[in-house]
Write a protein that binds this ligand. Structure first.
Ligand SMILES: NC(=O)c1ccc[n+]([C@@H]2O[C@H](COP(=O)([O-])OP(=O)(O)OC[C@H]3O[C@@H](n4cnc5c(N)ncnc54)[C@H](O)[C@@H]3O)[C@@H](O)[C@H]2O)c1
Ligand SMILES: [Zn+2]
Ligand SMILES: [Zn+2]
Length: 366
């Protein structure tokens, strides 16, 4: 079957072309993608040194299932999930599926055992990898059965697709990883697709004060809509966020916040959450920075915790239904996160709008 797709060239660019997608083998599912969200990591994936079918947020309709698949059937509406657990390794057995040692979800830059059979997706006659095992910027996605979770009838595909990375990462970093406590104080640096969902997670966890930090007034206005109680406009030349730290201290009885999350993708900000928290507080670097960054050790003093949460420690069968329940009760906003939709032909605009901060989330519709 032919399907339109966005293909990263591995050196910073992409092209739109058709790929050939085969029927699913055992334990695999073929999904007709209806909507695919754009995440900041899609920009990074352009430079992963090999061609890739782009995209890792998607929702659609199951078209075919392979032998042995009982979790879904053709016609089911599903959301895709990119961290595919094997179910039997050391980490999966102890309930940390996101750290699976067989499919290694953190190593998204490399081919993985979480991928459907390699010959099932080809471009110009050669197998081509699907980004994050799923490659959702494509009319058809051939994936492992563990990659799909059914979604409620009332959730539009455009709102469901973003749960598969941005929403899950932000919400889960606050709720599953930091386990934000009621009445606590939280800082979120970077209020894009991920940061806004840290804010929503912190609000649902009952945080008393949620301080949003961003370079853009428009992002701070969004942050207030999603639950920020205070906002601080950062300045580009405040590289260590010293000015922001002074403002955070002023808002937290001179102490610093209980939790600070960084979600900007900016390497030199990797350790700055440490400057915004109190002694014994928790700093979380959600961006997943890969560059070398130096830090002065006193930033860790005293008794501070520093974490790099992956995918909000997602357990799809537990977390996706929970997110959709909050959505149904209007406690967690999804529709409002989708600033704009685009046809695949306008992917360049969608990527540019993300890089310039024009969107909370941009979504490609098929
Ligand atoms: N840990 C994970 O599993 C995981 C999952 C998804 C995304 N990510 C990463 O999270 C990061 C954020 O992704 P996103 O999709 O939300 O990106 P985004 O582009 O939607 O949002 C980034 C936000 O940061 C703000 N920002 C940029 N520079 C800033 C600065 N100097 N000070 C304050 N704010 C600044 C921007 O204005 C924007 O609002 C990316 O690095 C992405 O790769 C990590
Ligand atoms: Zn992502
Ligand atoms: Zn495993």
């Amino acid at each position: 079957m032919l399907a339109p797709a966005a293909i990263a060239d591995g050196h910073g660019h992409f092209t739109l072309d058709e790929i050939e997608v085969a029927s699913p083998l055992a334990e695999e599912v073929l999904v007709e993608i209806r909507a695919a969200g754009i995440c900041h990591t899609d920009h990074a994936s352009l430079s992963w040194r090999r061609p890739l079918v782009m995209g890792h947020e998607g929702a659609g309709v199951v078209r075919e299932v392979g032998a042995g698949v009982t979790s879904v059937k053709p016609g089911d509406r599903v959301v895709l999930n990119w961290a595919i657990p094997c179910g039997s390794c050391f980490q999966c057995r102890r309930g940390q599926a996101v750290l699976c040692e067989a499919s290694r979800p953190a190593h998204v830059m490399h081919p993985s055992a979480g991928h459907a059979h390699a010959a099932g997706t080809t471009w110009h006659g050669q197998p081509i990898d699907r980004s994050f095992n799923i490659g959702t910027l494509s009319g058809l996605a051939l994936v492992r059965a563990e990659a799909v979770t059914p979604i409620p009838e009332e959730v539009p595909f455009t709102s469901a697709c973003i749960v598969g990375c941005g929403v899950m990462t932000g919400f889960g970093s606050a709720v599953n990883v930091a386990k934000v406590e009621p009445g606590s104080s939280v800082v979120v640096i970077g209020c894009g697709g991920v940061g806004l969902n840290v804010i929503q997670g912190a609000r649902l966890a009952g945080a008393g004060r949620i301080i949003a930090v961003d370079l853009r007034e428009s992002s701070l206005a969004n942050a207030r809509r999603f639950g920020a109680t205070d906002t601080v406009l950062a300045q580009r030349d405040d590289r260590e966020l010293r000015v922001v730290a002074a403002e955070v201290k002023r808002l937290t009885e001179g102490r610093g916040a209980d939790y600070a999350f960084e979600a900007t993708s900016v390497s030199h900000l990797a350790f700055t959450p440490l400057l915004l928290i109190r002694d014994g507080g928790m700093a979380l670097q959600v961006s997943g920075i890969n560059d070398a960054v130096s830090v002065e050790m006193p930033w860790f003093m005293w008794n501070k915790t520093y974490l790099t949460p992956l995918y909000g420690s997602c357990v799809p069968a537990r977390d996706f239904p929970r997110i959709f329940q909050h959505y149904a009760k209007r406690e967690l906003f999804l529709d409002e996160l989708v600033t704009r939709t685009y046809p695949l032909a306008n992917l360049t605009d969608a990527m540019d709008d993300m890089m310039t901060g024009r969107n909370a989330k941009g979504v490609i519709v098929f």
